[in-house]
Design a protein around this ligand. Structure first.
Ligand code: AMP
Length: 308
């Protein structure tokens, strides 16, 4: 069975949307990535850090999805990373209200011994030095390294971020972040500039407007499934990345053609994530629901037209 290493935050989130507000609930990039990747039955390990305030039942949720958590360090007298965000009425844009790094400020990731030869490494959103630290530990060069990041790290650790970007195969980034990283408004030009920074494949996520995949002069677009209800978009980007990386780990085919399918799986899984607050929908998501929505996705995007 192919192995997937996931690094990212395991967090407390407090979320406010036009539909309601939560207290501190389970969140974090590695959490959403792991829950999403667990749909592909790959051998996945999460690497992160939490404080003594982090409930055991949250860790049990990850274990119950067969995610190896031996790489999640628990600092007994520390506090867990905390993020709080508020969504605007369009549900596509949000303001970060609080980012408390807490235990994340002094995190030295340790990849468990049996994952040092993982096939795929998914560098989820956290400090680029931690992302680099994970890459440096791998004893065999991974077949694929995927990176997700956000504007927070562009603002406070740009040089470190550019150093990681040099060493990865795929970057997943949202449209505004692609513009911030490159200074270009056109996403096509932005993708070209990001190629020049290192990654052979660039995925630009556009929230409810889907995702674009770029590779040299090739481009692929997948819409987001139009949903009746969008309740909370938190974690949709991570869920997309988890589905993308999980599918590629399972199929062991890292070609552009197969990445198109990975984008569709990522988009499908993300479409569930937004239906409930936080991780709730992903925790209870069944295999047959995913399959049904993949069929809907196919119908949405398939057409037959004769071109003469
Ligand atoms: P997404 O909506 O996909 O961008 O991901 C939201 C998740 O990212 C939340 O669960 C947060 O805990 C986590 N998060 C927010 N800010 C950061 C940050 N600066 N670094 C790492 N993770 C973060």
């Amino acid at each position: 069975m192919s192995k997937l290493v996931i690094v990212g935050t395991v967090a407390f989130d407090a979320i406010e949307t036009p539909f309601g507000k939560t207290d501190k609930i389970l969140g974090g990039a590695a959490t959403f990535i792991g829950l999403s990747a667990s749909h592909f039955n790959v051998d996945a390990a999460a690497i992160s850090i939490v404080g003594g305030d982090f409930p055991q039942e949250y860790l049990d949720i990850l274990s119950s999805k067969k995610i190896d958590i031996s790489g999640i360090e628990i600092v007994k007298d520390g506090k867990t990373f905390f993020w709080s965000g508020k969504y605007h009425n369009d549900m596509n844009t949000r303001d970060t209200l609080v980012t408390e790094l807490n235990v994340l400020a002094d995190f030295n990731p340790v990849v468990p011994n049996n994952y040092l030869d993982a096939d795929v490494v998914m560098l989820g959103n956290l400090h680029p030095i931690v992302q680099l630290g994970v890459l440096d530990q791998m004893t065999i060069k991974p077949k694929l390294v995927v990176l997700d990041t956000m504007n927070f790290w562009m603002d406070c650790a740009l040089d470190d971020l550019l150093n990681v970007i040099k060493r990865i195969d795929v970057i997943t980034i949202n449209d505004e972040e692609a513009r911030q990283l490159t200074g270009e408004y056109s996403l096509v030009v932005a993708a070209r500039k990001i190629h020049e920074m290192g990654p052979k494949y660039v995925v630009i996520k556009k929230g409810e407007h889907g995702a674009l995949l770029f590779h040299d002069d090739h481009m692929f677009y997948a819409p987001a499934l139009p949903l009746e209800e969008v309740f909370d978009p938190t974690g949709a980007g991570d869920t997309f990345a988890g589905g993308f990386a999980g599918y590629l780990t399972k199929t062991e085919d890292y070609s552009f053609e197969n990445m198109k399918n990975a984008v569709i799986y990522g988009s499908t899984l993300a479409s569930f994530c937004v239906e409930k607050f936080g991780t709730e929908r992903m925790i209870n998501l069944e295999k047959n629901e995913v399959l049904k929505r993949m069929q809907q996705f196919k119908q949405l995007t398939q057409f037959n037209i004769e071109l003469s």
